[in-house]
Every structure is written in structure tokens, then in C-alpha cells.
Design a protein around this ligand. Sequence first.
Ligand SMILES: Nc1ncnc2c1ncn2[C@@H]1O[C@H](COP(=O)(O)OP(=O)(O)O)[C@@H](O)[C@H]1O
Ligand SMILES: O=C(O)C1=C[C@@H](OP(=O)(O)O)[C@@H](O)[C@H](O)C1
Ligand SMILES: [Mg+2]
Length: 439
Amino acid sequence: MDDEKGRTVETTGERPTSVPYGLVGHPLGHSWSPQIHERLGSEPYALHDLGPDEVEAFLRGGAWQGLNVTIPYKRLAAEVADVRSPAVVRLGAANTLVRDGDGRIVAENTDVLGFSWMLDRFCRTRLGGSPHELLGGRKVLVLGSGGAAAAVRDALEHVVGAQAATISRGGPETYDSLAERHSDAALLVNTTPVGMYPACPASPVPVETLSALTSLLGVLDVIYNPLRTGLCLAAERLGLPAESGLAMLVAQALYASELFQGRELDDALVDAVERDLLARTRNVVLVGMPGVGKSSCGRELARLLGRPFVDLDDAVTIESGRTPAQIISEDGEAAFRDVETRVAGTYGSRAGLVIACGGGIVTRAENHDLLRQNGTVVQLERPLGDLSVEGRPVSRARGLEQLAAERMPLYRSWADLVLPCTGSAAGDARAIAERLALG
Ligand SMILES: Nc1ncnc2c1ncn2[C@@H]1O[C@H](COP(=O)(O)OP(=O)(O)O)[C@@H](O)[C@H]1O
Ligand SMILES: O=C(O)C1=C[C@@H](OP(=O)(O)O)[C@@H](O)[C@H](O)C1
Ligand SMILES: [Mg+2]
């Protein structure tokens, strides 16, 4: 029998009646789990955004082999299971369900394992010791008291032997008492949604409070979007090692995928999958002197990588109905900078973009966090004599020499990569793609 496209449709034998793997939750929104599981070999992987009246029947009777479960159904997932791991029993919550050979539902909590993996790598690579050596018997502050907090606390207490102190708005230990009562804490972990896209970069703890926690060795955030949360940015400003939750996301998926497939996967896959995700999702942000070639190179780079391109000057024009040059000459530079900062916030928080900034983006320090929360900053450099001042009121008014004196140190301090221009925008684009290992 042929279908309407002329393909032969099997009418006998085994046909999959559903997708074997997937994620259940509500609301699901955008999820990176399908791409991650595809890389790990547990595919096809579907998203099941299920309402409260349909989820239990699906968990109990749906034609699935392995499921990840997220908010708000992790407790239900633990309840419907026939077999529960020790972590699931302790937490009363499961994020992974598999069917065993007898059709029984087996529940695990790989959030605990995923956080342990991230903590282990963070401690060894950034703090120079194992979690147990660095944190055993010491106090760790856990911000928040929801499901993610329970998994983090469980890992800290049962795997590492640390003392987890929960900080929450309504609990006995609040944010107000942080600096006063917990200056002995060795690590701080955010499990609240504060700082998550699109309300970013926001931090659950102001940088002043963080600086009063004088025993901190580092900071972790379970949020992975943006790639650098407001908390991580604040910690980095204080010189504290900090990492947000992408590794935890990938590691919990790896442990879930092992259960789905019934085979062991190499832990090194976590680093590899994380690197791939970073390469695909991190913005490339171009800065440099006016006329250096940011807009031209950005356009070429976006074409090369097959990504959307955003020129912040164009975004300003769309947002305000006037070009940057018009705003500057009619209302003054400060008025332009306000709109520029607004659009930097909008596009800086998105993922997978090539962003060309205006030359003056570095004149407001706050723009740096807006753009680096999800981006790698690349500075383009050419000799001043080669720079066009056409249609650039700021360059004309102040002169390139003076602008360079003011801004060069700022470009340098923002830049993750400085690229001496190669002679053509397309050549610069190829050089950036190569230096940042983007393909
Ligand atoms: N790599 C380059 N080498 C030589 N000229 C360039 C290069 N990139 C851009 N240009 C030229 O310089 C001028 C300014 O480029 P533009 O991309 O608008 O710079 P920016 O956005 O940094 O102000 C344009 O006339 C452009 O054609
Ligand atoms: O240097 C500056 O202050 C400016 C640079 C321009 O962008 P380009 O650097 O793309 O020319 C534009 O944002 C505006 O005219 C102000
Ligand atoms: Mg430009």
C-alpha cells in the first residue's frame, strides 16, 4: 500500500506507535533536551506538554520506554513508580522514569547525579580539589526551597558530606541574614528561578552581599539560560569562580540516557555535548572603533554560520523610528545611549546570534553584562587612519584620536578575543569562526 507521497507504508509487522523517549511537564516552553538526547543516542525524543488531567494516565499507560519528568510532575512521577531509587525515596521526587523488562516503572532522580557531576568538575577544575576535600563538613548556602533545591541539598549532604543551609524568602534563614550569619559558607548555589531568561541578568543576591561572604570559594547556579547568570556575573566581578547550570543539564540527561538505553555512556560526553551547545547558542558580539567594520563583518559571519544577524544600530532605528545619528544630533548622545542599552539588553539575552554593536557601546559599563551574559566579545582592530567617519557624528565631533584614547582600554577589557582585521569583512568573519571554533 502506498501513502499519498508514494512511499510504501508497512501494514504488517511491528510499527512504533509512539516516540520511545521524551520529556513530560507543563508548561514546557523551549527545551534543549531533544538536542541533548539526540547526541546521547536516546532518540527520537519528544516533548509532552500535558495538563494535570491527562498526565497520570500517560505516565502509567503511555507507550513510552523512558521519560524525563519536569515541573510540576516530579512528585507524581515518584508516586506512579513501582520501583524507586534511594534518592527518589529520600526526595519524594523523580525526574527519570524507565520501563524495565517486566513492564514495571522504575524511578530515578538524575538531577542529584547531574548536580554532583557539575560540582565535581567545578571543584576539581576551578577550585583545585575534590568536593569532599573542599566542602566536606563545611557550610554550603542553597538559595531556594523547591524541587531543584531538594536535589542540590541531597547531593551536598549525601554525596559530599557538606552542611547545606537553605535560604528562602519565607523560611527561617532569609536573604537579609545572609551576610551576618553565613560569612563562614564555602559555596553558594542558586536554585531559584531569579535570573532566568527573559528576566536577565538579575541576581538573587546583590554583589555587596556576595562580597560580605568572605569564606566563599565559588558560586554555582542551576540556571543555564542565560549561559552566565546575573549571579555568576556578580561573582566574577569579585574574582570568584562561578558557573551556571549547563553542565548539570547535560549530566542529568546523560545519566537518564544510560537508564533509557540500558548501557553505560562515557562521562566525557558531558563536556563534548556541552561544548557543542555552547558553540551553537553563544552569541558572537562584535565591538571596536566606529568604522572598523563591525557591521560588515557581522553580516558576513552570520551568513557563514547560518545565524541571525543583529546590528544594534539598526535595532535602535527600528525601536525609535530614527537612526542613531538622527537621535544624537536631535536629542543628544545620552538619549541615544538609553535606547542602545535597551536593545543591548533585548538581544544580548537571546541565543545563537551574531551581534554588531555601535562603537560607543563600551561607554556604559552596564552594557558589558548585558552582552556577555550569553556572548563571546570579539574586538576588531584596524589602524585609525583606515577608519571611515562618514555618517558618524560622534567620530566627527570628538575625533578618532580622542575616541581611541577613551575607548581602546575599554574595548580591550571587554574583549575575549582581539582580531586584527585581515583586509576584508569576509576574511575577518572566517578568522573569527576559526578562532572561536564555530562551524
Ligand atoms: N575588513 C575591512 N577592511 C576594509 N574596509 C572595511 C572592512 N570592513 C568594513 N570596511 C569598510 O569600512 C566602512 C565601515 O564599515 P562598517 O561595517 O560600517 O563599520 P562599523 O560597523 O564598525 O562602524 C565601510 O565603508 C566598509 O565597507
Ligand atoms: O562610536 C559611537 O559612539 C557611535 C558609533 C556608531 O556605530 P558604528 O561604530 O557601527 O559606526 C553608532 O552607534 C553611533 O553613531 C555612535
Ligand atoms: Mg556599524
